[in-house]
Design a protein around this ligand. Sequence first.
Ligand code: UDP
Length: 312
Amino acid sequence: MHILVAGGAGFIGSHLCERLLKLGHKVTCVDNLKTGRKSNLHEVQKSPKFLFLKRDIRKPLDLPMDFIFNLASYASPPYYQKWSVETMLTNSLGSYQLLELARKRNAGYLYASTSEVYGDPLKHPQKETDWGNVNPIGVRACYDEAKRFGEALVMEYVRKHQLNARIIRIFNTYGPRLQKDDGRVISNFINQALQNKDLTIYGTGKQTRSFCYVTDLVDGIIRAAFKPKTRGQVFNLGNPGEFTMLEAAELIQKIIGRPMRLDYKPLPGDDPKRRRPDISRAKTVLGWSPKVQLREGLTKTIAWFKDQGKKR
Ligand code: UDP
């Protein structure tokens, strides 16, 4: 198949391009390189089946293809809040451009949404049938509401044009190529630990997240795209292991092998208190569940960050 990966130079997108090439597909990656990095494509660019185009999905695209993965968006809280209007337009106007392209080319489509659509969840763990608890005028709304709009748009194309489209809701993901300065908790903790700095804990550190290793996530993305009976469906993709930020900080100290001081900072606005995916649907329909536990994944990620440090 000829596959378009929008946002393919990003952390998750670049791993997806790699996996699709391994499966024998021809891959065109489009990225505006605002947070994506050409260096993430170092390996895939060696393949004759890979093409990179620097494009912004808010502008119309016309390329021949059989399937579109739309992963194009700012995704970390400091970035989507800094580039708030761009984030909203990428997931609305940009999504529209790619959905139109899929419709014209009769291509399949997968939209990368987020656990943020659940906002500060009222139910725990989160199921795909939950409608979420989002502050529509808060500081995270630029991302949460943009993704919710992106999801609604996909469903209209499924209903009105019978598009072969599906939605995934990605929960916190980590692994090699996580952007060093993206401001998220895992990259912050690892950078701080490797530079002998204090680990920054926002709020009490008792809020929870569920962290999925990137190769597990990519496996789920591929299944959601190509397994039968996924059209018009939405899937939570994440690792149900739930950790407080204090527990995550402790685990990083154990892996690195020395105690570190904690530097408590104020909790950012609308920061969700708990997050854990219910992945029953992905298990049943996709036959998917994550394999890599947090300690193993963090060990690999820390090794990658150390290696990058040596290269610099
Ligand atoms: N966080 C933290 N220290 C940091 C960065 C983040 O304690 O240096 C907290 C943040 O307040 C949130 C959790 O870690 O409760 C996960 O934050 P992240 O930005 O990684 O992703 P989110 O799930 O909030 O989108």
